[in-house]
Design a protein around this ligand. Structure first.
Ligand SMILES: [Zn+2]
Length: 92
């Protein structure tokens, strides 16, 4: 009989520990959610806009400002600052 009582008490302790873990986990997640997501979204949008506005020449890595040459090589779209760079590009 005494061993049964012990088991019940152990179970109670286990549940108590779990509840504590769940609570601290969700509290931690809330902290991450409130602070993290907006910062991550801002960073993502900034990076996305930058990528859209500035394209690099795949040969000389200069930022393409005015005319850009777009060439499809092996199914991939490559952008170049000039026809010369497009001709020089060697896709591996
Ligand atoms: Zn170039």
């Amino acid at each position: 009989m005494s061993s049964e009582d012990e088991e019940v008490e152990k179970e109670k302790i286990d549940i108590g520990d779990k509840e504590e873990n769940v609570y601290s986990d969700s509290a931690r997640k809330e902290l991450v959610d409130s602070g993290g997501i907006s910062a991550r979204e801002e960073g993502f949008m900034e990076g996305y806009n930058e990528e859209k506005a500035e394209e690099e020449c795949d040969t000389c890595e200069n930022i393409i400002t005015e005319k850009k040459i777009v060439k499809e090589i092996d199914g991939e779209r490559h952008t170049f600052c000039s026809q010369k760079c497009a001709d020089e590009y060697k896709g591996d």
